[in-house]
Write a new protein. Structure first.
Length: 221
């Protein structure tokens, strides 16, 4: 026979086994223990794709130790990056073709490498080479603010990796969090997080009372 009762230890705040196999009262029970009634809820139907786990909760007011259940909502699967649409749209864009044409005179290496580095990034390679070619063309004012926002919007809508979207530039500068962190401003300039120093050249420490990292500072590369 299994007891439908349990004990709550008011000192350790833990549930312990009821010392009897039946539900009869315990003689001279220490007042530190509160008797709880075990309430077992029926397991719910689980929708397809969902999970379920048991949830134990103590209700001291009701004098119950509830054995309940909790449905676990499935974690949304992020959409796969749509590199195909991004590449086809970008490389077929009249403004991009005009940009590459202008770049052949001002920055031929960057203009030639941009399509190749884009294909490499789409294949899983690091986006650094693409960023270098893209920045070279931006610094020559070949990428208008309107085109930049259009390309960024396309990259976001195609669910491309955040590192690639960041390489396009034009985002709000984030907080400095770690050495070597990079950011490209709206003018196409690359900034890097470095160690902050005072006027005497000494490294600055972080202030534990603030969320900012006083020891780090953005510096134009």
């Amino acid at each position: 026979m299994t007891s439908n009762l349990a004990l709550w230890d008011t000192i350790t705040e833990q549930v312990i086994r009821y010392p009897r196999a039946d539900d009869e009262p315990v003689a001279q029970l220490d007042p530190r223990y509160q008797v709880l009634r075990i309430v077992k809820e029926d397991k719910p139907e689980v929708p397809e794709g969902w999970g379920v786990r048991q949830r134990l909760a103590v209700d001291l007011v009701a004098g119950e130790w509830r054995w309940g259940w909790e449905l676990i909502e499935p974690v949304p699967v992020p959409p796969a990056p749509d590199w195909r649409t991004f590449k086809r749209t970008l490389l077929g864009h009249p403004a991009i073709n005009a940009l590459l044409g202008g770049g052949m005179t001002a920055a031929p290496a960057a203009a030639i490498s941009l399509p190749a580095t884009l294909l490499a990034a789409a294949g899983g390679a690091d986006s650094d080479d693409f960023r270098a070619a893209w920045l070279s063309l931006r610094r020559l004012d070949l990428v208008s603010a309107e085109l930049l926002q259009e390309v960024r919007g396309l990259a976001i809508n195609c669910h491309l990796p955040e590192s690639f979207v960041a390489a396009l530039g034009g985002t709000v500068r984030p907080d400095a969090q770690e050495l070597g962190q990079e950011w490209v401003d709206a003018d196409g300039a690359l900034w890097v997080v470095v160690q902050a120093r005072d006027v005497d050249g000494q490294f600055l420490p972080d202030d534990p009372t603030t969320p900012e990292r006083e020891s780090l500072i953005w510096e134009k590369a």
